[in-house]
Write a protein that binds this ligand. Structure first.
Ligand SMILES: [Zn+2]
Length: 315
């Protein structure tokens, strides 16, 4: 288990031993913490025939089937599709109503539960309202605001927190992927996101994007190129821009390098801080928050128009 999840696991496992697990849990926390690992272990514990001190035994028939990924009473919704539709949710609802094939409970795990369409979320409510006796539903989400309030209120909640920076830095080094403090902060301290960031060699993309943005005032013709850069991995890249604007504001307020989110690009935040008033930086940052919302996956409007508007207003 990831070291930063051990206290979370202990808390959840104690709830299970005390019989306080209930029928539905919502595991919350920043993306990139590995919350799926917690859900899977909880599922194994629920299904295990001989659990020992809050841990699955690892040897029984249920544990062996779960190890091989083919336990008939464990259903994990695939994480690769952009949305989860009503049919998938109805299917898992009826699975939970049937008797357990191995006679030791049934578990459904829904990773990135925000992907549920409105119809799917409403169908899930029905399952939550009439839970079968031995069923356990585990929802995993990083943006609680995108879940229906009625779903949130019917689940027990457990929030996983970002580990302290040294824990993340040590773990990454142990995995053979040493990272800088800047890289950890850019990924909001979520260790698996840093791993992904390093694997995709994102430093260069970030420098190009943010360098281009700082140059934009002098070279307005870059606007189209910049807009198309923001069109890919939009949320991540808007987040980088937001960090840069915040770093420029921090610089104006007299903060040192160590307090910046991206100390490696201090030159760029200094250039912004010198070239623009704090009102202007703050205004751009606030509009960026709305822009991120407007560009969320699942929004109907065309993100390019929003991105272009934001960039034009900055000019
Ligand atoms: Zn077992």
């Amino acid at each position: 288990m990831y070291p930063w999840l051990i206290p979370d696991w202990q808390a959840l496992s104690q709830s299970a031993v005390a019989g306080r697990l209930g029928h539905a849990w919502l595991l919350l926390g920043e993306a990139g913490l590995g919350k799926e690992q917690l859900a899977e272990r909880l599922a194994r514990l629920h299904l295990c025939h001989h659990p020992q001190q809050g841990e699955p035994c690892g040897h029984c028939h249920a544990c062996q089937l779960a190890d091989k990924g083919n336990h008939p009473d464990l259903c994990i919704i695939p994480g690769d599709s952009k949305t989860i539709g009503v049919d998938a949710v109805r299917e898992l609802g009826s699975r939970l109503q049937r008797s357990a094939q191995l006679g030791h409970g049934k578990v459904v795990i829904i990773p990135d539960a925000e992907r549920m369409t409105e119809a799917a979320a409403n169908a899930l409510l029905k399952t939550l309202e009439e839970p079968a006796g031995d069923s356990l539903l585990l929802l995993i989400a990083s943006q609680i605001s995108r879940l229906l309030p009625t779903i949130r209120s019917r689940c027990h909640k457990h929030v996983c927190h970002i580990p302290p920076e040294p824990v993340t830095l040590n773990w990454l080094a142990e995995q053979g992927h040493p990272a800088t403090q800047a890289q950890v902060r850019i990924c909001q301290g979520a260790p698996l996101r840093v791993l992904d960031y390093l694997a995709q060699q994102q430093d260069k993309a970030r420098q190009d994007l943010l360098g281009g943005f700082v140059q934009l005032s002098q070279e307005p013709t870059r606007i189209t190129a910049l807009c198309s850069l923001l069109g890919q991995e939009t949320q991540t890249r808007l987040h980088w821009l937001q960090l840069l604007l915040c770093d420029a504001l921090k610089t104006q307020a007299g903060c040192g390098h160590q307090q910046l989110a991206m100390p490696d690009l201090a030159g760029l935040s200094h250039a912004l801080a010198e070239g623009h008033s704090s009102e202007r930086l703050l205004d751009a940052e606030q509009r960026l928050v709305s822009l991120k919302e407007a560009c969320q996956p699942g929004q109907l409007s065309n993100p390019t128009i929003h991105l272009m508007n934001w960039l034009s207003q900055w000019l």
